[in-house]
Design a protein around this ligand. Structure first.
Ligand code: NIG
Ligand code: FE
Length: 418
């Protein structure tokens, strides 16, 4: 197989950026970096160059003597999705709770009865690492087909020392197996286990004094997460857990302000979080705090859709000059879907985001929220050749517009067609 590949007749080459942007912010998010009628040249797993078909003959002088040619015949190319927030290691789906919600219970009511996250945690105790791995492998293969080329995965269905470390070991095995980069996040503080309901402090003590040091020592996580929200973990508890994580080099990436104005954004920023995620309850004060930080506000609209929450104020945030990342939150309780294209549609329809803004949010800004922006998130010389080839589409806006169907013809990961 030739190391050098030339892709011809690309109708829209999206996210094409010569400079390597760290992230894209505010008004700049409207520019999807689109070149019409383009070519793309890659070597092995890396992008080498791209340009307009009109200039191909002169550009060819710089190419190797032999290269493989793929005529994309009017299909389009986008950087692959960077899904920076998922929970795809889990023991069982929870469609029973979906039916309970249809019949009138709320997500919080289900959680208070020991359902929800605690339901997954109960099953996690008896799940074998091999079975957990098998389920997650299926889901990674599934999301690659839907165009995802990097994914973050959280623990958080363990809620005990043994089960949390078991989940993280599974994620470590996924990292070794996965064709796409996997980031691992420790989420011991996802819910208070039932047996600690009257003694929350003891559970937080275990997280701070035992789980975090051992996880860091065993290299089992990249990041540290807390579900800082009404009914889950308080700002004070979050403060302790994030401080402990930072001491061990686990940068925060936290759940904040999904169910209430929880103070989660402020405490995340205080501890230099890489991202704060959900953000359905975000006001002026939170926007001001985020503006003065390097934290990526990350929005998960399929959760708002599935739980019928109100959507995060993405429009307001971008207009205020913030960057925004989009992710799926793929999990069995609040977002049983890893479909990033659907996330784009929801973001346009329910949050007033422009199609090109959603693409930047789902690619380069998602990459930033996983510290992967140097290798993924845009079509940039030197970055990984991990991209989506779409079907023939009339415009880039057609992708979020024609929701619910796949626009993907094929996906390349590190220069290899999947
Ligand atoms: O991101 N918000 C907290 N945690 C997950 C839900 C997990 C679950 O219900 O299983 C979320 O939505
Ligand atoms: Fe989540």
């Amino acid at each position: 197989m030739n190391e050098y590949k030339l892709f011809l007749n690309i109708r829209f080459l999206v996210g094409a950026r010569d400079q390597d942007p760290v992230k894209i912010t505010g008004t700049a998010m409207k520019d999807g970096g689109i070149i019409e009628n383009a070519w793309l040249y890659i070597e092995g797993d890396k992008v080498v160059s791209y340009g307009s078909m009109a200039d191909l003959d002169s550009a060819k002088k710089g190419f190797k003597a032999s290269f493989e040619v793929t005529d994309l015949a009017g299909r389009s190319v986008l950087p692959g999705w960077c899904d920076s927030h998922t929970h795809i290691v889990f023991p069982k789906w929870r469609e029973g709770e979906f039916v309970d919600r249809i019949h009138g219970l709320t997500y919080v009511e289900i959680a208070e009865r020991g359902g929800g996250i605690l339901n997954s945690a109960k099953k996690m105790q008896h799940a074998s690492e091999d079975d957990l791995l098998k389920g997650a492998v299926t889901r990674i293969n599934e999301i690659i087909k839907m165009g995802t080329v990097a994914v973050e995965i959280k623990s958080g269905y363990g809620l005990s020392y043994e089960s949390e470390l078991k989940m993280l070991r599974v994620i470590k095995r996924l990292k070794a197996w996965s064709p796409i980069p996997v980031r691992s996040t420790f989420l011991g503080a996802h819910a208070i286990p039932l047996e600690y309901k009257e003694d929350r402090k003891s559970y937080v003590d275990i997280i701070v004094n035992k789980m975090i040091p051992d996880i860091a020592e065993q290299g089992l996580a990249d990041y540290n997460d807390v579900f800082c929200d009404k009914g889950f973990f308080t700002v004070e508890e979050t403060d302790r857990i994030l401080e402990a994580g930072n001491k061990f080099g686990l940068r925060p990436k936290i759940h904040a302000n999904e169910l209430a104005t929880s103070g989660g954004i402020q405490v995340g920023v205080k501890h230099n979080a890489l991202s704060v995620d959900h953000l359905e309850f975000t006001g002026e004060e939170e926007i001001a705090v985020l503006k003065a930080s390097s934290t990526m506000p990350t929005i998960l609209p399929s959760t708002a859709f599935f739980l019928k929450l109100h959507y995060a104020p993405a429009r307001k945030m971008i207009d205020a000059g913030l960057p925004v990342a989009l992710a799926t939150d793929y999990n069995p309780g609040s977002s049983p879907s890893g479909n990033m294209s659907f996330v784009l549609s929801l973001s346009c329809i329910h949050m007033g985001m422009d199609p090109e803004e959603t693409i930047n949010a789902a690619t380069i800004n998602g990459a930033y929220a996983m510290d992967l922006n140097k290798e993924l998130g845009s079509i940039t010389p030197g970055k990984k050749a991990s991209f989506i080839v779409t079907n023939v589409i009339p415009s880039v806006s057609y992708i979020p517009y024609a929701f619910g169907k796949s626009h993907i013809e094929s996906v390349y990961v590190n220069g290899i067609k999947q």
